[in-house]
Ligand binder design. Structure first.
Ligand code: COA
Length: 332
C-alpha cells in the first residue's frame, strides 16, 4: 500500500496591507476593538486585477520547487476556495494548472470554506493511498476582499487575501505518512455564515444586483461559540483515535479566524504557547488559505523541521470542520 507524505509548502501574500486604522476610516470601529476581540492588526489585500488563481500559482510554484519533484510529475491539482476566479466554471484549479503548464492533469475545486485545506488534504491522501495518483498539488487560495462587504463592521475587519500550497506524494515509508484526517459537516448551521445571494437558492431578483451579490454574512457571536466547541472536540477525537496527546504535537496549526478562538482551543488541549501557531494578527482570516499560509510561515522561519508532527484544525461555513495529524516529510 502507498502512503501519502506531506512533502513541501509554499505561500503567497499580496503586498497591499489594510490596517485596523485604515478600517476605522471606513466603518465605525477602532484598532483597540479589533485587536481586543480578534487579535487581528492587519490583513493583506490582492490587487484589483489580481485573481485567486494568480495567488494560487505563486504559492504553488514555491511548493513545487521545494518538493524535490519535477512539475511534470504532478498528476492532480485540487484547489480549496470560496472566492474562485469564476463562480460555477471553469474551476480555479484548472486555471492554476494551465498557468503552471502542468498539462492535462485532473484538476478541480472543492468548497468547504475555512475547512477547505483539510478537506483537500483528505482527498489527496485517499487518492494516493488508493494508488490512483502519485503527486498531488493542493492549494488553498482566497480573494476574500472580493466577497467582503466593506460597509459591514461585523465582517470586514476579519478577512484578508492570500494563498498557500503543498505537494502530497506517494511513499513506501510509513514513518513519512500523513497519520489521519478527520472531516465533518452540518448544514443545519448553514445560516451562521453564508453568501445568501447570487446562487439558485436566492430570490431571482437578487441575481440582478451586481454589487453585493456574493457578500459574506455572518452571525459572529454564535459562530464564535460553535467554533470553539467544534474545534476542541475535533482535536480531542483525532488525538484519542491515534493514541496521542498534546505533548506529541510539535506544531498545532489551527485555522486563523480569531486569536480568542485559537487560545481557547490551545488552552483546552493544555498546549504551550510555543506549540500554538498564530498568524492571524498579520493576515486576518484567509479561509482555505489560512492553514497553509501559517505552515509556510513556520517553514520559512526555520521552526518546522523534518519529521515534526503538525496537528491541523479547521472550522468554517457550511458548517464544516476537520483536523489532521501530519508529519512534515520533505523528500530525502
Ligand atoms: N467595531 C466595533 N464594534 C463592533 C464591531 C466592530 N468592528 N463589530 C461589532 N461591534 C459591536 C456590535 O455591534 C455589538 O454592539 P452592541 O453591544 O451595542 O450591540 C458589540 O460590538 C458586540 O458584538 P458581538 O458580535 O457580540 O461581538 P463579539 O465579541 O462576538 O465579536 C466577532 C465579534 C465577529 C469578532 C466575533 O464574534 C468572532 O470572531 N466570531 C467568529 C468569527 C469567525 O470565526 N468566523 C469565521 C469562522 S471560519
Amino acid at each position: 500500500m502507498a502512503y501519502a507524505a506531506f512533502r513541501s509548502i509554499g505561500a503567497y501574500v499580496p503586498s497591499k496591507i489594510l490596517t485596523n486604522e485604515d478600517l476605522a476610516t471606513m466603518v465605525d470601529t477602532s484598532d483597540e476593538w479589533i485587536t481586543k476581540r480578534t487579535g487581528i492588526k492587519e490583513r493583506h489585500i490582492a490587487g484589483e486585477n489580481e485573481t485567486t488563481s494568480d495567488m494560487g500559482v505563486e504559492a504553488a510554484k514555491l511548493a513545487i520547487e521545494r518538493s524535490g519533484i519535477d512539475s511534470s510529475e504532478i498528476d492532480m491539482v485540487i484547489c480549496a476556495t470560496i472566492s474562485p476566479d469564476y463562480f460555477c466554471m471553469p474551476s480555479t484549479a484548472t486555471i492554476i494548472s494551465t498557468k503552471l503548464g502542468l498539462g492535462n492533469v485532473t484538476a478541480f475545486d472543492i468548497s468547504a470554506a475555512c475547512t477547505g485545506f483539510v478537506y483537500i488534504l483528505s482527498i489527496a491522501k485517499a487518492f494516493i493511498e488508493s494508488g490512483m495518483k502519485k503527486n498531488i498539488l493542493i492549494i488553498g487560495a482566497e480573494k476574500l476582499s472580493a466577497i467582503t462587504d466593506y460597509s459591514d463592521r461585523g465582517t470586514c475587519i476579519l478577512f484578508g487575501d492570500g494563498a498557500g500550497a503543498a505537494v502530497i506524494s506517494a511513499t513506501d515509508n510509513k514513518d513519512e505518512a500523513i497519520i489521519d484526517v478527520h472531516t465533518g459537516a452540518d448544514g443545519s448551521y448553514a445560516d451562521l455564515l453564508m453568501t445568501p445571494n447570487g446562487g439558485t437558492g436566492s430570490p431571482h431578483d437578487s441575481l440582478d444586483q451586481e454589487a453585493g451579490a456574493c457578500f459574506m454574512q455572518m452571525k459572529g457571536n454564535e459562530t464564535f461559540k460553535v467554533a470553539v466547541r467544534t474545534l476542541t472536540k475535533d482535536v480531542v477525537e483525532i488525538l484519542a483515535d491515534n493514541n496521542l496527546d498534546g505533548t506529541d504535537i510539535n506544531h498545532f496549526v489551527p485555522h486563523q479566524a480569531n486569536y480568542r478562538i485559537i487560545k481557547a482551543v490551545g488552552d483546552a488541549l493544555k498546549l504551550t504557547q510555543k506549540q500554538v501557531i498564530v498568524t492571524v494578527e498579520k493576515y486576518g482570516n484567509t479561509s482555505g488559505a489560512s492553514i497553509p499560509m501559517a505552515i509556510n510561515d513556520i517553514y520559512e522561519d526555520g521552526s518546522l523541521k523534518e519529521g515534526e508532527l503538525m496537528l491541523l484544525d479547521a472550522f468554517g461555513g457550511g458548517l464544516t470542520w476537520g483536523s489532521a495529524l501530519v508529519p512534515f516529510s520533505p523528500k530525502k
